[in-house]
Design a protein around this ligand. Structure first.
Ligand SMILES: C[S@@+](CC[C@H](N)C(=O)[O-])C[C@H]1O[C@@H](n2cnc3c(N)ncnc32)[C@H](O)[C@@H]1O
Length: 189
C-alpha cells in the first residue's frame, strides 16, 4: 500500500502508560513489543474475536492481562478501574459505516478512561491522503472484500469526531495513515 502504512513502535511507546488498554488487539503485536514506561504493568486486551484475544493473551502472558471480549460499536460494560491510556491501532478502518458511526466507539471507551488518559490510534484513510495507484487498487479490493470499510473515511472527519469529544487532540497524516492522539476530559462524561 505504499510507504508509511505501518506505524513504528515509537508512536506507541511515546503514548502508552503502565495502566493500558489495547483495543482491537488482533495478534497482540503492539502490547507484546512496546516499552511500558513503568512497572508493574496493568494491561487490558479488548476484542470481539475470541481467537485474537487468546493469541494476544498468550503473547502478553507476562503481564497477566485482563481479557475483555466486547463489541466496541456498542456501549461497553466494565466495572473495573479505569485506564490511563487506550490504543486503537488499525481498528477504525475495519469498522462499518461512516466516521460519524465509527466515532461512537470513542463514546463507548471514554468511561473506561481516567481523567487525562491518552487515546492513541492509527487508521488508514482516503480522501485527500496521498495514495499511489497500487495503494488505491489494493484499498478498493480490500473494501470490496469487506476487509476494510473506509471508503468514506478522511482525516478531516476523524479530526472533527475527536474535536467534538476530547479536550486535546492531534491528527497527523503519514502516507495513507492517520495517526491520532487525544486526551479525555471529565466534562464530557
Ligand atoms: C486490523 S486488526 C487490528 C490490528 C492490531 N491493533 C495491530 O495494530 O496489530 C482489527 C482488530 O479489531 C477487531 N475488531 C473488529 N471489529 C471489532 C469490534 N466491533 N469490536 C471489537 N473488536 C473488533 C478484530 O477482531 C481485529 O482483531
Amino acid at each position: 500500500m505504499g510507504g508509511g502504512c505501518y506505524i513504528r513502535p515509537r508512536f506507541y511507546n511515546e503514548n502508552v502508560s503502565a495502566n493500558h488498554l489495547d483495543v482491537g488487539v488482533a495478534t497482540g503485536y503492539y502490547p507484546a513489543h512496546c516499552r511500558f514506561p513503568a512497572t508493574p504493568v496493568r494491561l487490558g486486551l479488548m476484542d470481539l474475536n475470541e481467537h485474537c484475544l487468546r493469541h494476544a493473551a498468550q503473547r502478553t502472558a507476562r503481564y497477566k492481562p485482563l481479557i475483555l471480549r466486547r463489541n466496541v460499536l456498542e456501549p461497553i460494560s466494565f466495572d473495573g478501574s479505569r485506564f490511563d491510556s487506550v490504543a486503537l491501532l488499525y481498528l477504525l478502518h475495519c469498522l462499518p459505516g461512516a466516521m460519524k458511526r465509527k466515532a461512537s466507539i470513542f463514546d463507548h471507551l471514554r468511561p473506561l478512561m481516567n481523567d487525562g488518559a491518552v487515546l492513541l490510534g492509527a487508521t488508514i484513510v482516503q480522501g485527500s491522503a496521498p495514495r499511489n495507484r497500487a495503494a488505491r487498487r489494493l484499498m478498493a479490493l480490500y473494501n470490496a472484500r469487506g476487509i476494510f470499510s473506509n471508503t468514506e473515511d478522511t482525516a478531516e472527519a476523524l479530526e472533527a469526531s475527536l474535536a467534538a469529544r476530547f479536550e486535546l487532540w492531534h491528527v497527523e497524516v503519514q502516507g495513507c495513515v492517520a495517526l491520532f492522539r487525544a486526551v479525555s476530559r471529565t466534562a464530557c462524561r
